[in-house]
Design a protein around this ligand. Structure first.
Ligand SMILES: Nc1ncnc2c1ncn2[C@@H]1O[C@H](COP(=O)(O)OP(=O)(O)O)[C@@H](O)[C@H]1O
Ligand SMILES: O=P(O)(O)OC[C@H](O)CO
Length: 359
C-alpha cells in the first residue's frame, strides 16, 4: 500500500495471497520463499500502478513492514535458505511442547506471565522454535554449527531485503518480540531465564529495535533500491496505530483470519486476570517510551468462512456468507464454535477442539 504522507490518502495497493501448506490436520505452514516472492511481486505491481497514475515511484521516501505475528522461520544465514517451512501462528503441532514445558499440568499456564505477559500456549514463537529444534535434524545441526537464525516474518523480510547473505540485517521490533515469550515485557530485552525455559540459544535471536527508526536500506528490490526501511509493527498493532488508538483506553477490533481486540493501556503493563495478553502496542523511536496494550486474541474468525466454502462446500464464495446470514431469522439454538486451533482468549484451551453434538 502506498499513501501520501501529508494527507494519508491511499494512492494504490496490491496484494498476493500466500497459501497455507497443511501436512496434517491442525498444522499450518508457509514457504518462506513464497512469502518473500509475494512481497517482491507486490512491490513491483504497486510501482507499476503508481506509474499508471503518473506518480514516480522514486518519490517513495520510506518503507514500513507489517506482518502476521508469532509465525516462526529458521534459516541458514550462510546459504539464505530456510531450514524448514514457516510454522504459522495458528499451527497446533506444539501441543506436546506445551505439555512438556508445563510438566503435564504441574505448572500453571500463567507461570511466565510476569516476565513476558503471555500464557504458555501453542500460539507463541518460543514453542515453535523448540518444536523445530526437537524435531528437525537440519535445525539441530545448524544450531550446533552456529548457522541458524530465528525470525518472525518481519525479520525474514528485512534480512532478505537489506542484503541477505551479503550482510542482511537481523532485527525485529518490540511488538513482534513481545509475541515470542522470550522478551521481558518490562525491559524489552531478550530474557536469559525465558530462553533457558525453552532451551533456546540467544545467539539465534534478532536484535530488538523500536517500531520506528531507520533500520537500514533496501538492497534487493530494484525499484526500491536504497529506500530506507523505517518502521516495523505486528499486524494487529499496526491496525491499532492505523485506527489512531493513541490514547489510553482506546481499543480496536480487527476481523481477518482471526480476530484481535487491542486496548491501549499507555505506559502500564497491565497483567490480566481474565485471560488477556499483555503486549507491546508500539514504540515510536529508540529513545521513546513504549506504549502497551491488553489483547484478546481469537484464532479463528474469517478463516472459518473459508472452511465453510472449501471443506463443508455449503457456499461457493466467502461473500455469500453474509447474504445467507441475513436470511436466517434465528439460529434455533445451534451454535458453531470454530475452535480449529483450540480456544485462545480468555480460555487458552488447546484441547477444546472436539465436537459434542447434543440433540
Ligand atoms: N465478504 C466476506 N465475508 C466473510 N468472510 C470473508 C469475506 N471476505 C473475506 N473473508 C474471510 O476473511 C479472511 C481474510 O481476511 P484478511 O483480513 O484479508 O486476512 P488476513 O487475516 O490474512 O489479513 C479469509 O479467511 C476469508 O475467508
Ligand atoms: O492473519 P491475521 O491478520 O488475522 O492476524 C494474524 C495475527 O498477527 C496473529 O497473531
Amino acid at each position: 500500500m502506498v499513501f501520501a504522507s501529508k494527507t494519508a490518502e491511499v494512492l494504490t495497493f496490491h496484494q498476493v495471497p500466500v497459501p497455507h501448506i497443511v501436512p496434517k490436520e491442525g498444522w499450518f505452514e508457509q514457504d518462506p520463499n513464497v512469502i518473500l516472492q509475494a512481497v517482491i511481486e507486490t512491490v513491483d505491481v504497486t510501482c507499476d500502478n503508481l506509474k499508471k497514475l503518473n506518480i514516480n515511484y522514486e518519490d517513495i521516501v520510506a518503507v514500513g513492514i507489517t506482518n502476521q505475528r508469532e509465525t516462526t522461520i529458521l534459516w541458514d544465514p550462510t546459504t539464505g535458505k530456510p531450514l524448514y517451512n514457516a510454522l504459522v501462528w495458528m499451527d497446533i503441532r506444539t501441543s506436546s511442547t506445551v505439555d512438556e514445558i508445563l510438566q503435564n499440568g504441574k505448572k500453571p499456564q500463567s507461570f511466565l506471565q510476569n516476565q513476558c505477559g503471555l500464557p504458555v500456549s501453542t500460539y507463541f514463537s518460543a514453542l515453535k522454535i523448540k518444536w523445530l529444534m526437537d524435531n528437525v535434524d537440519e535445525v539441530k545441526e545448524a544450531i550446533k554449527e552456529s548457522r541458524c537464525l530465528f525470525g518472525n516474518v518481519d525479520s525474514w523480510l528485512v534480512w532478505n531485503l537489506t542484503g541477505g547473505v551479503r550482510g542482511g540485517l537481523h532485527i525485529t521490533d518490540v511488538t513482534n518480540a513481545s509475541r515470542t515469550m522470550l522478551m521481558n515485557i518490562e525491559t524489552l530485552k531478550w530474557d536469559p531465564q525465558l530462553c533457558k525455559v525453552f532451551d533456546i540459544p540467544m545467539r539465534i535471536l534478532p536484535e530488538i529495535r523500536s517500531s520506528s527508526e531507520i533500520y537500514g536500506y533496501i538492497q534487493r528490490v530494484t525499484k526500491l533500491m536504497g529506500v530506507p526501511i523505517s518502521g516495523i509493527l505486528g499486524d494487529q498493532q499496526a491496525a491499532l496505530v492505523g485506527q489512531m488508538c493513541f490514547k489510553m483506553g482506546q481499543a480496536k477490533s480487527t476481523y481477518g483470519t482471526g480476530c484481535f481486540i487491542l486496548y491501549n493501556t499507555g505506559a502500564y503493563t497491565v497483567r490480566s486476570t481474565h485471560g488477556l495478553l499483555t503486549t507491546v502496542a508500539y514504540q515510536f523511536g529508540a529513545n521513546s517510551k513504549p506504549v502497551y496494550a491488553l489483547e484478546g486474541s481469537v484464532a479463528i474468525a474469517g478463516i472459518s468462512i473459508k472452511w465453510l466454502k472449501d471443506n463443508l462446500q455449503i457456499i461457493n464464495d466467502v461473500k455469500e456468507s453474509s447474504e445467507l446470514a441475513m436470511t436466517a431469522e434465528e439460529s434455533g439454538e445451534v451454535y458453531f464454535v470454530p475452535a480449529f486451533s483450540g480456544l485462545y482468549a480468555p480460555y487458552w484451551r488447546k484441547d477444546a477442539r472436539r465436537l459434542t453434538p447434543i440433540i
